[in-house]
Design a protein around this ligand. Structure first.
Ligand code: SF4
Length: 180
């Protein structure tokens, strides 16, 4: 199978057999702060999960998710801890499982957050958004260190306005979709 990597260059990968089986050690510890956070988010209709990766694309997606959930629409959106939701079946995973609307902000077309959570919750159908298609940049860049912090923040700030959402704070950028 031929694939293009996220930086735009072609590469050969192995055959696609559909799935990888992963064995995850059950969490021995629980974070009370995380559980309390999840409890407080339960009434919110929209859950937002995101690539939490270390590259430039992941960083911009992560920052965009934070801006959306903590600044633009904090009353409607719950920011999911991807690592917590994926590795333990507690409050964070429940937020994903029970959300009225589930949005996956993917840093690139690896689609890590939606694929991870699909692996632990049957039948999950998030709205997958490829964040790196929502801003213009030199697609040969990969690392966080290859772009200034100011430019990263600027791209992250533009992403929520280009999402198919209509939050109170982005109402000047009409969209056919609503966060509801
Ligand atoms: S999944 Fe894609 S966007 Fe996320 S860190 Fe990895 S390469 Fe970057």
């Amino acid at each position: 199978m031929r694939q293009t990597n996220c930086c735009g260059t072609g590469s050969k990968v192995g055959t696609d057999e559909g799935y990888e089986l992963v064995r995850i050690e059950k969490a021995k510890n629980n974070c009370r702060l995380c559980d309390d956070y999840a409890e407080r988010q339960k009434a919110k209709p929209v859950a937002v999960m995101c690539c939490e990766g270390a590259c430039l694309r992941g960083e911009i997606a992560r920052k965009a998710a934070n801006i959306l959930c903590h600044t633009l629409a904090p009353e409607k959106t719950a920011r999911i801890c991807l690592g917590g939701a994926f590795t333990k079946d507690t409050g964070q995973r429940d937020l994903v499982r029970k959300a009225t609307r589930l949005i996956a902000l993917e840093g690139c077309f690896i689609n890590c957050s939606s694929r991870m959570m699909n692996g632990v919750i049957d039948g999950l159908e998030p709205e997958v958004i490829l964040v790196d298609q929502l801003y213009d940049f030199d697609r040969k860049l990969f690392g966080v260190e290859e772009m200034s912090a100011e430019e990263i923040q600027s791209h992250a700030g533009t992403v929520p306005r280009r999402l198919p959402l209509d939050t109170a704070s982005v109402k000047n950028h009409p969209s056919k979709y609503q966060v509801s």
